[in-house]
Structure formats: C-alpha cells, structure tokens
Design a binder for this molecule. Structure first.
Ligand SMILES: *[C@@H]1O[C@H](CO)[C@@H](O)[C@H](O)[C@H]1NC(C)=O
Length: 114
C-alpha cells in the first residue's frame, strides 16, 4: 500500500500544475533559455538543450501573465545582446511546440497585452 500511495503522489506531482501559483523569477525563466541564445544570434538551429529549456516553459506560456513574463524577462536578458528578434517566435516552432504566441521581441516591444 505504501508503494502504491508513493506512486500515486509521484504521478500527481509530475502531472499537476508545476507552475501554478506565483510566477517564477526572471532568472528561473531565462536560465533554461540561455542555451537558445546562440540560435537567436543566428548560430545554427536550436540545440536539444535549448529545446528542453523551451519545453519547460510551455506550461507558463499558456497563461497570459506567464507569456508576458517570458516576454519581459527575455527583453531584459537580451538588452545588451546583438540578436535577431525575428528568430524568437521561431524557437518554439523549431523545437516542435508550435507557435505559443511570443512576438519578435526587440527592445521596443511592449510586452503588456501581447
Ligand atoms: C503597452 O501596452 C499596454 C496595453 O495595450 C498599454 O496599456 C501601455 O500603455 C503600453 N505601454 C507602452 C510603454 O507603450
């Protein structure tokens, strides 16, 4: 019985709403995406490490506030970088997650109401 309930709670923990509640910090959002930055700078396709990071944020991106947060955090993180904003919406598609609604984020992008 003990093993059964352990498995039950394990499944619950794995399936139920890992990102619900308080929004993560910008470092929690951006750190998994760091491996994608070379792609945003035009250095080849997104790596599997990059795509794993993207996959971890899909749940967050499903809410409006989560998507705005990702936008804002990426904008801040890329403030001093030279990159192609048009590549940002293509990362999720290239990683197989489809278009999640991220705009091409440049420093002029208003992340509110995207
Ligand atoms: C960004 O968009 C929101 C919603 O459309 C608007 O209220 C806000 O004034 C805009 N901010 C800037 C800096 O343009």
């Amino acid at each position: 019985m003990e093993i059964k309930s352990t498995i039950f709670f394990l499944i619950l923990a794995l399936t139920c709403c890992p990102l619900q509640g308080a929004l993560p910090s910008c470092s929690e959002v951006v750190n998994p995406l760091q491996p994608c930055f070379p792609y945003l700078k035009g250095r080849g396709g997104p790596t599997s490490v990059c795509c794993n990071g993207v996959g971890g944020l899909i749940g967050l991106a499903e809410t409006k506030s989560g998507l705005e947060l990702i936008c804002k955090c990426l904008k801040d993180a890329l403030e001093h970088a030279s990159y192609d904003p048009n590549l940002i919406p293509t990362v999720t598609t290239k990683c197989g997650y489809g278009n999640i609604g991220l705009p091409p984020i440049s420093q002029g992008t208003n992340c509110s109401g995207i």
